[in-house]
Design a binder for this molecule. Structure first.
Ligand code: AFP
Length: 347
């Protein structure tokens, strides 16, 4: 029997009280995730769970029934944990949990809502960090820390399997919920992302809205073996960040959600605190990289709980290449006139 999540958490916590608080919070989040999974498995047809409510969340996204249910379940989990503040995509303001706690949690309770009624994998993304003395009384101070301050981060995937991808700062590990065991057991230890990328993940329907540098990067991937990259790429876009991230952890690749010219998308769609930071933490601890196209995600200081950021993550070498394109595509040797669209060597 693979080692249980509990055994792993205890081994990582040792005698450190703060890490013991992290372990206890992860355990409570797991119990909440099992409740969400059971609701999905038996909670009526997809259109019931995907039913849109009149309300919208902090970012103006229409709330689905399951968004609200998941938010309620994870808020209860936070209140059963040593967590002082619960910051959720579904609520404008942080929610007070336990004043004697040591942690703050930033969470996307249900990521991939638009996929609920299509039976595609969806998830929950969370980030745990120390609340700090100033943050204890002032939630905005608690949440305005860069991602390097995270103590743990991860995401649940509600798919064919209920998985937990978790990093407590010592590698990134995958645990699977085993109904027979009644808990999570380790499925993949110390994930290691292939530094190259054979696949890219981007919503290509936004091509015309991207900056020229991003268009150049994707053009060169699409040109394949006949273009400057001199190799072919595959493309995937699931529309659930957790599912695209897990695929990249398992078989490599690069994910891109750039800022674009659409109204409200100058900094892309994804949120820094409860999407980009936890994903970046897990990806970096799996040997990968995560930027906003140029700057390391974990070093960005948020200006609010619902701050957005462009997000590029995956194999380290590929993420570094994207940054060179974003800095100045002309500087890339591969883009010499010999390989240009009107190349001397191609029609
Ligand atoms: P929803 O939760 O509104 O479905 O958004 C999912 C998401 O935040 C992330 O999981 C996806 O990678 C991304 O948005 C998909 O964005 P597009 O719908 O613009 O492709």
């Amino acid at each position: 029997m693979s080692s249980s999540l509990d055994a792993y958490l205890q081994s990582q916590a040792g005698s450190d009280p703060l890490r013991a608080d992290v372990a206890e919070t992860v355990r409570q989040l797991c119990l909440a995730a099992i409740k969400v999974r059971n609701t999905i498995l038996s909670g009526g047809t997809g259109d019931t769970l995907a039913a849109s409510r009149e309300a919208t969340n902090a970012g103006g996204d229409i709330q689905k029934e399951l968004d609200v249910l998941a938010d309620r379940v994870f808020e209860e989990a936070a209140k059963a944990s040593p967590v002082v503040w619960y910051g959720s995509e579904e609520q404008e303001e942080p929610v007070a949990a336990n004043p004697t706690g040591t942690l703050a949690i930033a969470i996307d309770p249900l990521d991939g809502s638009s996929n609920i009624d299509t039976n595609v994998s969806i998830g929950t993304i969370f980030s745990l960090f120390p609340v700090g003395e100033e943050g204890r009384a002032n939630p905005h101070a608690a949440f305005l820390q860069p991602g390097t301050s995270q103590l743990a981060a991860g995401f649940f995937i509600y798919g064919p399997q209920l998985l937990l991808v978790l990093s407590v700062g010592n590698g990134t590990h995958v645990f699977i919920f085993s109904p027979a065991f009644g808990g999570f057991v380790e499925m993949r230890a110390s994930v290691d992302i292939d530094p190259r990328a054979k696949e890219f993940a981007i919503n290509a329907s936004n091509y015309r809205h991207w900056e020229p540098q991003m268009r150049s990067y994707i053009d060169d991937c699409l040109a394949g073996v006949e273009g400057p990259r001199e190799r072919d790429f595959n493309m995937r876009w699931i529309g659930s960040l957790v599912a695209d991230c897990y695929r990249i952890l398992v078989r490599g690749g690069v994910f891109l959600y750039p800022g674009d010219a659409r109204k409200g998308y100058a900094k892309g769609r994804l949120r820094l605190l409860y999407e980009a930071n936890p994903i970046a933490f897990c990806v970096e601890h799996a040997g990968g990289a995560a930027t906003d196209g140029v700057t390391r995600i974990l070093e960005i200081v948020p200006d609010g709980l619902h701050a957005r950021t462009p997000l590029v993550f995956g194999g380290k070498r590929e993420v570094e290449r994207v940054a060179r394109y974003m800095a100045d595509p002309a500087s890339l040797s591969e883009r010499s006139p010999l390989f240009g669209k009107r190349s001397l060597f191609r029609a």
